[in-house]
Design a protein around this ligand. Structure first.
Ligand code: UGA
Length: 436
């Protein structure tokens, strides 16, 4: 099939590469000339394991090309809308203006047979408004469907090609047929397909992210209780996780969730539910958000307790990205903690295996450490904020000789506490009852 992918951010690049690898003839459509220029050269504008190789393969095989606008690629059978829906500034709601801008431009160049598929995460009801708007412009009933994406950063390509499920929300049978055709190879491996109405397909995505966020905040709420009750939230998570109805996944307690999806999606969900007059139904998500943000404050509180006063004290923060295998710092707990420590007066050094480049010249108050070994020199406190593999593998003995004081806050609960203690470290672990 000839497939257009509009919006080459995280989702769009991954989807374009995935579709090309399925054998489709893909055109990636992106308005930013800088981003487009990089992609044409096979260069990824962000860090994602395995994706650069996939991009290079697709370009070399000749089944991925690029265009600056849909008008320059008006002959596709199927278009995927993959533009961003960030949080509106000054509000909790999602900004759908990029979806409408892309849809309206597309409406001018498509014909009645063309199928338009939204993949962006949108407030329920967006697709119906978009259908109306695009149909007015096109002069016919535009075939719009919604097909949410569930990929995770760090494993994006694999998640796209081996999804747990494919959700198709559609008004027209032709859209369902086109999507089934497009995903034929994935469906043939046994991937379940859920055909549903469009509103449900929009809701599925936000509901899934809301559930995941709730699971993380649930265990972090238990961590708050554990901290004062002298209990251990890591053991607690393990113990309840053996119950298959609860499950172990997404019960890792620590400094909480961040990124470009979970935080803004729960906020956008509350905002949309309020508009629909059912705000109460999801008001618990405000608590989910608040619990999550409190964990960041807790790390700063613990740092303060350890150092007495943060003013002028040297603190090393390990990690800036919101999770390992990513350079994404949107709503990152690690970056927030580093900034919070700095605004409390600490002299903060930051290290991250990949995110320093993306940090650029932003936040000059944070001293950059390019080299992990030398980053420890003279530090009075270390905070492990993103669980990169190389931090998990740190030798407590080797770094002990470099620091000014052997105190570490494990804000992700990944260190072998007895091992670190044996090397003379005082270990503070979020939600855990560690005896030092
Ligand atoms: C999330 C969802 O997992 C994807 O299914 C979804 O497609 C995506 O959002 C999206 O909406 O596009 P992602 O943001 O890449 O994916 O990251 P996750 O792996 O979900 O992690 C989110 C945050 O939760 C990270 O900061 C991570 O450190 C934190 N987390 C995760 C925990 O604190 N504890 C856990 O047990 C799991």
């Amino acid at each position: 099939m000839r497939v257009g992918v509009i919006g080459l951010g995280y989702l769009g690049v991954t989807h374009a590469v995935a579709m090309a690898s399925l054998g489709h003839e893909v055109v990636g459509i992106e308005a930013s000339a800088e981003r487009l220029g990089k992609l044409k050269e096979g260069e990824l504008p962000f860090f994602e394991p395995g994706l650069a190789a996939g991009l290079a393969d697709a370009i070399a095989a000749g089944n991925l090309s690029f265009a600056a606008a849909a008008s320059a690629a008006d002959d596709c059978d199927l278009y995927f809308l993959c533009v961003g829906t960030p949080q509106l500034s000054g509000s909790n709601a999602a900004d759908t203006s990029f979806v409408f801008a892309a849809g309206e431009a597309l409406a001018k160049v498509i014909d009645e047979e063309t199928v338009v598929v939204g993949k962006s995460t949108v407030p329920v009801g967006t697709a119906a408004s978009l259908r109306k708007k695009m149909s007015e412009i096109a002069g016919f009933d535009v075939k719009i469907a919604w097909n949410p994406e569930f990929l995770r950063e760090g494993t994006a390509l694999e998640d796209s090609l081996k999804p747990d499920r494919i959700v198709i929300g559609a008004w027209h049978q032709e859209s369902v047929d086109a999507l089934r055709n497009c995903y034929e190879k994935i469906i043939a491996t046994g991937t379940p397909v859920i055909e549903t109405d469009v509103a449900t397909s929009e809701l599925v995505k936000v509901a899934a992210n809301a559930f995941l966020a709730t699971k993380i905040s649930f265990i972090n709420a238990m961590a708050e209780v554990a901290e004062v009750a002298g209990a251990d939230a890591v053991s607690l998570a393990e113990a309840i996780g053996y119950d298959e109805r609860i499950g172990k996944k997404f019960l890792r307690t620590g400094v909480g969730f961040g990124g470009g999806c979970l935080p803004k999606d729960i906020r956008g969900f509350v905002a949309r539910a309020e508009e629909l007059g059912v705000g109460q139904a999801v008001s618990f998500l405000r608590d989910v958000d608040a619990i999550n943000l409190r964990r960041r404050e807790r790390v700063i509180e613990l740092a303060n307790e350890q150092l007495g006063d943060l003013e002028g004290r040297r603190v090393l923060v390990l990690g800036l990205a919101f999770k390992p295998d990513s350079d994404d710092m949107r709503d990152s707990p690690a970056l927030d903690v580093a900034l919070g420590l700095a605004s409390a007066g600490a002299l903060v050094t930051v290290h991250d295996p990949v995110a320093l480049e993306a940090l650029g010249d932003n936040h000059p108050q944070l001293e950059r450490a390019r080299d992990l070994d030398s980053a420890f020199a003279g530090q009075e406190l270390v905070v492990l904020a993103t669980e990169w593999q190389q931090y998990r593998e740190l030798s407590p003995q080797a770094v002990a000789s470099k620091v000014a004081a052997r105190t570490i806050i494990d804000a992700r609960n990944v260190l072998d506490v007895p091992d670190w203690q044996a090397a003379g470290w005082k270990v503070i672990a979020l939600g855990r009852n560690v005896h030092n």
